[in-house]
Design a protein around this ligand. Structure first.
Ligand code: DX5
Ligand code: ZN
Length: 225
């Protein structure tokens, strides 16, 4: 499973965030990005506690699973993430990312996610230093760098994220680790190329994809960056 999800490892992956899609037509929205050349489907899970917004839970992921061919990349912006890994895996998640800020037992939680044979990601907020995840970089499958404060789509990219991504890519080289670097928030064709050059493997984009009626063109614009 893990191998299948990251099979395009040498290529930049585009993961449209369905947070910005039309919820009244989720199935059609999924089809449009799959046809348009997306690689993953990014699912923003918010609990109204860890972040000031409430979105979707396992039943929605189970519904997506019925129509989606691409891997479901579930970004859990929730408190008590330990309780939610199993329900999201059962619903069909291929990648489960948890926030380092939301747990005091990150090492245990990563192993717990991996025990389900899905990819384990660790996300950090803009104000959280890389040092907070340093000790798990050798075991984690994916690091998600938040380039906006989580909670909403359509926010402005925080420029300081570039330095964080470059430093993370440098540490990855230095320790010979193989985790994937994903960036999330304010990604657009304006910064996509520079983000890839800084070391990003997976670009999450909500409004940059779903605000355009031509999804294939929007996704291609991100790839060209
Ligand atoms: C923010 C979410 C992001 C967001 C991205 O809390 O994690 O995935 O939806 O949306 P854009 O690309 O519009 O910033
Ligand atoms: Zn996200």
């Amino acid at each position: 499973m893990a191998e299948k999800v990251v099979s395009k490892k040498n290529k930049t992956l585009i993961a449209p965030s369905i947070l910005s899609s039309d919820f009244s037509a989720l199935g059609a929205e999924i089809k449009s990005i799959e046809k348009g050349g997306a690689d993953w489907i990014h699912v923003d899970v918010m609990d109204g506690h860890f972040v000031p917004n409430l979105t979707m839970g396992p039943p929605v992921v189970a519904g997506l699973k019925k129509v989606a061919k691409l891997p479901l990349d579930c970004h859990l912006m929730v408190s008590n993430p330990e309780a939610w890994v199993a329900p999201f895996v059962k619903a069909g998640a291929h990648v489960v990312s948890v926030h380092a800020e939301a747990t005091v037992h990150l090492d245990r939680l990563i192993h717990h996610i991996q025990s389900f044979k899905v990819l384990a990601g660790v996300a950090i907020n803009p104000a959280t230093p890389l040092a907070a995840i340093e000790e798990v970089l050798g075991i984690v499958d994916l690091v998600l760098i938040m380039s906006v404060n989580p909670g909403f789509g359509g926010q402005e990219f925080i420029e300081g994220s570039f330095s964080k991504i470059r430093r993370l890519a440098e540490v990855r080289r230095a320790i010979g680790a193989s985790f994937v670097i994903e960036v999330d928030g304010g990604v657009s064709p304006k910064n996509a190329g520079a983000l890839v050059a800084a070391g990003v493997d997976v670009l999450v984009a909500g409004s940059a994809v779903f605000s355009q009626s031509d999804r294939a063109r929007a996704i291609a614009a991100l790839r060209k960056g």
